[in-house]
Every structure is written in C-alpha cells, then in structure tokens.
Design a protein around this ligand. Structure first.
Ligand SMILES: Cc1cc2nc3c(=O)[nH]c(=O)nc-3n(C[C@H](O)[C@H](O)[C@H](O)COP(=O)(O)OP(=O)(O)OC[C@H]3O[C@@H](n4cnc5c(N)ncnc54)[C@H](O)[C@@H]3O)c2cc1C
Length: 495
C-alpha cells in the first residue's frame, strides 16, 4: 500500500532508544521531527519524486536521523544499532537516483555530512585524503585553490558527497581522461557492520588477491560505511580546448568517437548527441543543416599535449565526415554542466528520468534503435533523447532521457517502470551492462540477477558474513530484503 505523508506522520512512534543514541552524538545531532523524517524519506530517484509530488511517502519514513561528528562516533552508532538490531542507511547528500537511500522499513539514517575535512593533500604522491561526507563541490573548490583537481566532476558535483561517489561507483563528465571513480580512488577506510575499521592503504597497485578496494567501491553501503577516501589528484590543466563538431550521421559520430579512443587519445570530454538532443542544442547554427548530429569534445593538459591530441582527433573527425563549427553549444554546456533539468519537468507534471547503460561499439547502434523504438511505444507523447559520453576503446555509455507526459499518478508509475524494463532488457539481450554510473540502489533490483548471474550470490554471501542480521542498507543492490520491508513494485500495482 502507498502511504500518504499524513498517515505516515500519524503512525509515527518515536523510538524509546533516542535518548541513548543522543548520548553518543549529542542531542542536536539526532533528528526526530517530522519535517526532517520527511526530507530523509527519499533521495533523488524519480520514482520517489513522483510519489513526493503526490504527498505520498515513497516507501516509509526513517525512524530517526543520526549525524555523527567523528569516525569514533560513527563506529559507536554502528555498534549501538547492531546491539539493538536497528537497520540503518548511510546518507551522503541524497543525490542518488536509484532509491539506494530510501528507507523501506523505518531504517535509521546515518548522515555523514559532518565528516567533511580534507585530511591530507600529498603533492609528491599526487593524492588527497578526504572524509567521506565532504560535499563534492566544496572538495573540488578546495583542491582548485591549491592548484589541483581530482578530475571527478559529475553533473551532481555540488549536490553529492565524495563518499557517495565511491559508494555508487560513479563517473564524472571528464572521465574519459581522468577515469571513473574506481580509477581515481587509491585507498579508503570504512566502518564495517560490526564496528571494526577496514583500511585499504593507498598504494599505486597491489597483487594480493582480489581487490578489497573494488569490493567497497560500488557497494552502496551494503558492506560498510566509507569514512575516508584517498583519491588521485592532477595539476589544474594549463589548457582546455573545447570544440563543437557537426556529423552527417549518428554512425559517423560513433565511428569517430571509437577511432579516437582506439588511437589512444584521451579527450577530457566526448559527448555525441542523437537527433532529438542535437536539434535542441544547435538551432540557428548553419553547419547543422547538412550535418545534423552534434558532438562536443574537450582536450586538456599541458598546452602542447592538448594541442597535439586536438590536432590528431580533428584528423579522425574529418575522415568520418565531421567538421568543426560554432563554439556556442560547448560554451552552453560548460556554463550549465552542473545543473539539473528534472525538477522543471517533475513540477510541470511530466515525469522525467534518465537511464545510463554501457554498450560495446559493435552493438550500440542496435541498442539505441531498439530501445528508442520500444520506449517511444510505451505511450503517446513520450520523449526519448540520447547522448553518448564516457568513451572507452571497447564501447561507451549510452545516456538516455525519457519523459512521460502528464497522466494519472498510477499510470505514471506503471508506464515509467515499463519503459525501464524495456530499456534494461534490451541492453542485457544485446550484451551491455544495465548501469554505467548511477548504480543499482533499489530500482534496479529486478535486472540484477541477469546482470550478475552467480556473481550476485557471491555478493550476498559476503554480505551475509559481514552483516549477519542484514542491518546495512537491506534490500538494495539485489540483496535480500528483511521481512516486513516495503516492496515498491507491489505498491506501484496498488497505487
Ligand atoms: C541531477 C543529477 C545528476 C547526476 N549526475 C551524475 C553524474 O554525472 N555522475 C554520477 O556518477 N552520478 C550522477 N548522479 C547520481 C548521484 O549524484 C551519484 O550517485 C552520487 O555519487 C551520490 O552521492 P550522494 O553523496 O548524494 O549519495 P546518496 O544519494 O546519499 O547515497 C547513495 C547510496 O550510497 C550510499 N552511501 C552514501 N554515502 C556512503 C558512504 N560514505 N559509505 C557507504 N555508503 C554510502 C547510500 O546508502 C546510498 O545507498 C546524478 C544525480 C542527479 C540528481
């Protein structure tokens, strides 16, 4: 059953252990008032937003929010929760879009934003160690003031935390040059479900079995709470050369992108847009009349390196029929790169979402055509637009935006999930991965079994061992839910 905020508030019972929790972190750092519980009842998952605009709680309210001010306090909170069998969810900034931070059974939210210090910038090793709750925008600004960047610049830079980046295995907009978060993170610390500390010392590489770092990066809180991350940093680039390109066909643009990557060039930014998205960004620019597909690229580093990479890439672009044109779309993208368009649409009763998948170059065109056809068939008035970014020698991220027109709430939920199902199934059938960088959270549970196969059982076995009472972020990332947890698929059917 879907619960209205009014009913959830009426049913709310303040746990009797709140005073004991307050002794650990201080009265001011335990939130129990209804406005706070309402705010922490969701992240930025569009599914949750659709409920919130109808004054429904997406799943449940949390029972309370604890905001520890140190790693020692955090470990105490974890031990406290374990002793009382209280399920909990670490909370960074709540910008996740898959419902990872959604309470399903009145979990205790553990907000990490007070763990927000840069602990060390090591200019010789080219690394920075930062507490996990630090805001991404503040972190990057502090590095920039010292002449560095960490190269991880997600669109959500200012509304996410460094710990959240690692927890969700994210990718920034400059990832083609600097790598994804798993390439940038070289060490970490975490509080495990039994309160002990896990430490992966920052070194360039190790050959001592499977990577424990990689077990934690992308674990979305199910194995422990990240407290400290050591990341690579780079000197701020001397030059940034942005270019706007017009291609005669989508295939020509994809071929140019692939060839650039397979020739060992590493542009900081590569973005190729389909016809819908190109048209929105190129109105009035003559070059796009003949070559309607837009691409943006940026080359950065020392000036000489950026110029050489730019020159070589332009030769490849020309071979594929592309030409350089007006800088306006690049400048516009640069100016707006950290803005979110979805609130505008959600507030006008449209229902917008994005799905990011990874495909091999050989399958991307078929993946795009099939998903586009099937998603547009979900309902009249559906919008579907795509761009390709985060390029690799083997393939790229296909980032799709869909938008349902205004319709009754129950239909929105049903058709929204239908569109997702079509996209994720097509991706799997054509050899892709169901998520490139947003993670799995709650909403991707239905497709994880096919994505991971027996690997999902391996993750569950590790989880069962580390967290025998299933208290850490239960029911997410394909893991077993606890009895009594809300099943969002059944609430969709009933709404
Ligand atoms: C407009 C918009 C644009 C976005 N653009 C990008 C993008 O360009 N690239 C990208 O990768 N993502 C993007 N995202 C998704 C999201 O911002 C990222 O997943 C981000 O890394 C989440 O960080 P957070 O601190 O907000 O995490 P939360 O939303 O607070 O948490 C996400 C999950 O991680 C867990 N978690 C959080 N912190 C920790 C921790 N310290 N230890 C263990 N578990 C933890 C939570 O329990 C939850 O399961 C975007 C989202 C929005 C709304």
């Amino acid at each position: 059953m879907v619960t209205s905020l009014r009913d959830a508030a009426a049913a709310h019972v303040r746990p009797d252990w709140i005073p004991a929790l307050a002794e650990l972190v201080g009265d001011a750092h335990v939130l129990t008032e209804m406005p706070d519980l309402w705010v922490y009842s969701r992240d930025r998952a569009p599914y949750a937003t659709f409920h919130v605009r109808n004054a429904n709680v997406p799943a449940t309210l949390p029972c309370a929010v604890a905001c520890p001010g140190s790693v020692a306090e955090l470990a105490q909170v974890v031990r406290f929760a374990r002793a009382r069998r209280i399920p909990l969810i670490p909370f960074g900034a709540g910008s996740g879009v898959l419902g990872g931070a959604l309470p399903l059974e009145r979990e205790l939210m553990v907000d990490l934003k007070r763990l927000n210090a840069i602990l060390e910038l090591n200019e010789i090793d080219g690394t920075v160690t930062v507490q996990a709750g630090m805001n991404g925008g503040q972190f990057e600004a502090a590095l920039n003031r010292r002449g560095f960047t960490c190269g991880h610049l997600p669109q959500s830079l200012h509304m996410s935390t460094v710990g959240g980046w690692a927890a969700c295995r994210g990718a920034g907009q400059n990832s083609t040059r600097f790598g994804k978060i798993e390439d940038i993170v070289v060490g970490l610390a975490a509080v495990m479900p039994d309160g002990r500390e896990l430490r992966v010392r920052p070194v360039a590489r190790r050959a001592v079995g499977p990577s424990i770092k990689d077990l934690m990066v992308g674990s979305e809180g199910i194995f422990g709470i990240l407290t400290e991350i050591t990341l690579r940093v780079w000197r701020l680039p001397e030059a940034r050369l942005g270019v706007v390109l017009a291609f005669p066909s989508l295939q020509a643009g994809l071929d140019a992108m692939r060839t650039i990557m397979q020739h060992e060039l590493r542009p900081a930014v590569v973005r190729l847009y389909d016809r819908e998205e190109s048209d929105q960004r190129t109105a009035g620019i003559a070059a796009f009349a003949e070559r309607p597909f837009l691409a943006i690229m940026e080359f950065s580093g020392t000036r000489r390196l950026a110029e050489v990479e730019h020159g070589l890439a332009m030769e490849i672009v020309e071979t594929h029929g592309g030409s350089r044109t007006d800088d306006a779309p690049y400048l516009h993208w640069q100016q707006h790169r950290y803005e979110s368009y979805s609130p505008k649409w959600q507030h006008s009763d449209h229902s917008m979402d994005t799905i990011e998948i990874t495909g091999p170059w050989s399958r991307l065109p078929a993946m795009y055509e099939r998903i586009r056809r099937e998603v547009l068939g979900v309902c009249e008035g559906m919008y579907f637009g795509t761009h390709w970014s985060h390029a690799y020698p083997e393939g790229a991220c296909q980032y799709m935006t869909l938008r349902l027109p205004p319709m009754p709430h129950a239909d929105t939920l049903r058709l929204h999930r239908r569109a997702w199902d079509l996209a994720e199934r097509a991706c799997l059938e054509l050899g892709g991965s169901i998520s490139h960088h947003h993670g799995a959270g709650l909403f991707r549970n239905p497709w994880l079994r096919t994505e991971l196969g027996v690997g999902l059982e391996m993750l569950q076995a590790v989880k069962d061992h580390l967290d025998p009472d299933n208290l850490f972020v239960p029911g997410k990332l394909g893991m077993r839910a606890r009895p009594g947890a809300v099943d969002i698929e059944s609430t969709e059917d009933a709404s």
